[in-house]
Design a protein around this ligand. Structure first.
Ligand SMILES: [Zn+2]
Length: 319
């Protein structure tokens, strides 16, 4: 046990770059599940999120995104500076993540796709939850040009979910919605409480967490016309600001891969909307050379403290 602690401390000191210039780690989370879920292998559950936050509070300097970005700008980052971010606005952020963050006295920012608040459901969740409920051997999507998917075993369901989501993610918004709705109609009793309510978003803020923008309907911005991009960004910002009664200053691009999910020139719309900085899902750790409107992040999907720390060290030295 003592050796493990010593080893973790050594890894943490490596992640501060051994006195090299400081960087800002920005971590991405989406869900904090009640328990592991075979259809959502990339998501942490309460237990893993708790040990991850414990590690961060013991070995890193967790800052609000506002402090992290300010100190990146003024070259005053502490060693091992970390910001925690959540995308989309899932209800378990309020129920499961908030108590754990508070237990470890940590701050996080929650980027909200506002059209799904209250009883909404994102298209990818419609696909996942329908396939979980479907009791048939296969799912025929040939009329959408997608083929037929095997649903016999749990493993088949995992691989079908992955394939369907990959195939429809970049289709035009209405096409993607049509296919997701078609699949949803085949299943019964899909959950309508996956996302936070407006009251829960206000409560997160009241408990000291930050809220950021993530568009209204989580489109692939790169596929939209300029007016649609401006609407998606501006309406979401206005909605959240009137809900909270204050300005919001940070934005996260939906899906977030540069030149795939959003285009470099679209960062201008984020600036024009009045945001101060934005985060992408370009894998990396930020230093002064990064564009403040395309700050990199990464997801620490690790199953043990040693692997988590090794990822932090690897990410620090990688780019
Ligand atoms: Zn998102």
């Amino acid at each position: 046990m003592r050796f493990i602690l010593f080893f973790l401390r050594c890894l943490a000191s490596l992640a501060s770059g051994l006195g090299k210039k400081k960087k800002l780690f920005i971590l991405i989370y989406h869900r904090v599940l009640d328990a592991p879920d075979y259809l959502r292998p990339g998501e942490v559950d309460i237990n893993s999120f708790d040990w991850q936050m414990d590690l961060l509070s013991k070995h890193f300097n967790v800052l609000s995104l506002e402090e992290g970005v300010n100190r990146l700008n003024t070259h005053t980052l502490p060693d091992r500076a970390v910001c925690i971010t959540f995308d989309d606005g899932y209800q378990d952020n309020y129920k499961n993540a908030l108590p754990i963050l508070k237990k470890h006295t940590l701050k996080s920012i929650f980027f909200i796709a506002s059209n799904f608040l209250n009883d909404g459901r994102m298209w990818n969740d419609s696909v996942i939850e329908s396939i979980r409920k479907l009791n048939c051997a296969s799912l025929n999507l040939t009329k959408f040009g997608l083929g037929t998917f095997d649903l016999t075993t749990d493993q088949d369901k995992v691989s079908s979910v992955k394939q369907i989501i990959t195939k429809i993610k970049y289709l035009p918004l209405n096409e993607r919605e049509k296919i997701a709705n078609h699949i949803a109609k085949l299943a019964a009793d899909l959950p309508n409480d996956l996302m936070m309510t407006e009251v829960q978003v206000k409560e997160l803020r009241a408990q000291g967490m930050d809220i950021g923008g993530h568009t209204k309907s989580h489109p692939i911005l790169a596929t939209l016309e300029p007016e649609e991009v401006i609407d998606e960004i501006a309406d979401n910002k206005t909605f959240l600001e009137s809900l909270l009664g204050e300005k919001i200053i940070f934005f996260a691009y939906p899906n977030g891969k540069p030149e795939i999910d959003y285009l470099k020139n679209q960062t201008e719309y984020v600036k024009q909307a009045g945001y101060q900085a934005a985060v992408s899902t370009e894998w990396g750790v930020a230093d002064q050379k990064w564009d403040l409107f395309q700050l990199p992040r990464f997801t620490p999907w690790d199953t043990s403290p040693v692997k988590f720390m090794m990822r932090m060290v690897y990410m620090f030295f990688r780019a």
